[in-house]
Ligand binder design. Structure first.
Ligand SMILES: Nc1ncnc2[nH]cnc12
Ligand SMILES: [Mn+2]
Length: 569
């Protein structure tokens, strides 16, 4: 026998204790998330598979498990690795040590810029990473018809990827108005993937509209930011993915959902989490730790972070410390505090040498700035004094308010107003498709001067700039273009801080430690301009997301998301 048959025979022999296992964790306390109990045991591993628990085993190699608790590897059920600002392999090196052994990636950020080349990049990275990166195919590129993306993905672009290694199904179906209105393009995608997994994205969708959205075959949601909405979705059979991103922090509202009965139907996700927060707080380990600190039984929190997510996405080979399951294991020095000591990914102890041995993945999209430098006059909103729609930023939320403010004008140009905390905002099309510039105003950035610009502008990733001075806005935008993409703070005609994001205008080529340092400097520069927000760049980056209520801005202009129409250019 050789090949799969020999491997199965080896697993049986090692599981039965007839021969030493490849690797044994000796004398640990093991978490069983099925019965929510802990038990003392060795854990025997053959290759990438757990083969023995509830027993004593000999191992070719052993790990001293005394004083440690072994939990199933954590599963981030919905994220955009691009939002970490890191390359996927740098994300792997940054996040796997936090116990996240599986990450389910929707590469719609890079796909909005590069099209299927973005999906190919994601799959190449998934083949090289140590953590098991799975890919859901980006269902809505562009996210809405009210923006200009760098590419479009129709059903015919997606179906060739079905069944590919690492591919699960269809990623977050954000165009919920398109679903509810039975838009033909949406229906075609739902039909093509209906027999598999379809992820959802349904902020504030309730009642019979939610029933219609679910009847379309959509299985999960991560956009509920309040208990009642999440509870309704849970009771209607959705897997609710509780999110703690760097900007949308829903854990504090949703942790009470986690009970003995519901924890099998809830999962954790991060959506968009950057290296500063990963370093300062953690990743899913932070979510587990924080949830337990609220009083949730530890075993239920760990179940949400492992088995429940595996089950929701059809990953039947993982999520338990049990024979036959994938050897994704987290060794904890503090069970209630979720302090990760060591991680085993696919049966391999995670070490620096393991990361160093990965094959390289070539960067893509290094020429994604297909736009000429702008002049300050390009960013002006022409008009007279009067009332106009203004985006209301809500700290730690991506939902924004639809405000109306009276703003003054000078010589036919509408002016930012520091007293009213009304900054100018513009979105500059950057994909070489057209010369669109959307212009408007936003309240909540607290700026007294200067400008903040970003080539990360969800999800079409045009350049978004917020400022109190149009000349500084142009300086910031033009530096973003010169960098090939990035975040820039400018004041008094000077660049005060910057981070280059040359991979599709979204991702840095630097190590996560360097990206973290530059993000800290950018936050400090934004704060020096008066900005009180903990995440100023993500707040800028989410202003264009026209599938999140209520008022946003794209390269088309100000978009009323509830009425799904452009309300001001
Ligand atoms: N990056 C993203 N794209 C679409 N919807 C989101 N909701 C939160 N983050 C998002
Ligand atoms: Mn979403």
């Amino acid at each position: 026998m050789d090949g799969p048959e020999a491997l199965i025979a080896r697993r049986i022999a090692q599981g039965r204790g007839l021969e030493p296992a490849d690797l044994v964790i000796k004398g640990a306390r093991v978490l069983d998330v099925v019965t929510a109990t802990l038990f003392e045991s060795d854990v025997a591993i053959c290759g990438d598979t757990i083969v023995g628990t509830f027993g004593t085993y000999e191992g070719v190699e052993t790990i001293d498990g005394r004083g440690l608790t072994v939990a199933p590897g954590f599963i981030d059920t919905h994220l955009h690795i691009e939002s970490s600002l890191l390359t996927p392999l740098e994300f792997d090196r940054c996040v796997l040590p936090h116990g996240v052994t599986t990450a389910i990636w929707d590469p719609h950020e890079i796909s909005n810029v590069l099209g299927t080349a973005g999906i190919d990049y994601a799959l190449a990275a998934a083949a090289a990473s140590i953590m098991d990166i799975r890919v859901n195919l980006s269902s809505c590129v562009p996210a809405s018809p009210l923006e200009t993306s760098g590419a479009r993905l129709e059903v015919g672009d997606l179906t060739p990827y079905r069944g590919r290694d690492k591919v699960i199904g269809l990623a977050e179906f954000m165009n919920f108005p398109g679903v509810l209105n039975a838009d033909p393009g949406c229906i075609a995608k739902l039909a093509a993937f209906g027999d598999g997994h379809i992820d959802g994205h349904a902020p504030l969708v309730r009642g019979k509209d939610l029933n219609g959205y679910l009847a379309a075959g959509i299985r999960t949601d991560h956009e509920a930011n309040n208990y009642d909405e999440a509870f309704e979705k849970l009771r209607k059979g959705m897997s609710v993915l509780i999110r703690e991103s760097s900007i949308a922090k829903d854990l504090h509202a949703l942790w009470p959902l986690i009970t003995p009965e519901t924890s099998a139907f809830l999962a954790f996700c991060t959506d968009d989490r950057n290296p500063v927060e990963i370093a300062e707080e953690g990743h899913l380990d932070h979510m587990i730790r924080w949830t337990i600190a609220q009083g949730v039984a530890p075993a239920h929190a760990y179940r949400v972070a492992s088995w429940s997510g595996a089950n929701a996405f059809g990953l039947r080979d993982r999520g338990l410390v049990a024979p036959g399951k994938r050897a994704d294991l987290v060794l904890l020095s503090d069970y209630e505090g979720c302090r990760v000591e060591q991680v085993i990914a696919g049966g391999r102890l995670v070490t620096d040498a393991l990361f160093d041995a990965r094959p390289a993945v070539a960067p893509v999209g290094l020429d994604s700035m297909k736009v000429a430098p702008v002049a300050a006059t390009d960013l002006l909103t022409r008009g007279n004094r009067g009332e106009r729609p203004v985006i209301g930023v809500v700290p730690d939320k991506i939902v924004t308010e639809r405000l109306t403010l009276e703003l003054g004008a000078e010589e036919g140009v509408v002016q930012p107003d520091h007293e009213k905390d009304a900054a100018a905002v513009a979105v500059i099309s950057r994909h070489g498709v057209n010369g669109n510039i959307g212009r408007g105003f936003v309240k909540g950035f607290g700026l007294r001067a200067g400008a903040i610009a970003s080539s990360v502008g969800h999800d079409s990733h045009n350049i978004c700039v917020v400022g109190m001075d149009h000349a500084d806005m142009a300086v910031a935008v033009n530096r973003v273009i010169a960098l090939g993409g990035g975040f820039v703070v400018a004041e008094g005609g000077e660049v005060r801080a910057e981070l280059a994001l040359p991979v599709a205008g979204l991702i840095s080529l630097e190590p996560h430690e360097a990206v973290r340092e530059k993000l800290v400097a950018l936050r400090a520069a934004a704060s020096a301009l008066g900005c009180p927000l903990s995440e100023p760049f993500l707040q800028v980056a989410f202003l264009p997301l026209a599938v999140i209520p209520h008022l946003k801005i794209t390269d088309f202009g100000m978009v009323d998301v509830d009425r799904f129409e452009v309300v001001a250019q």
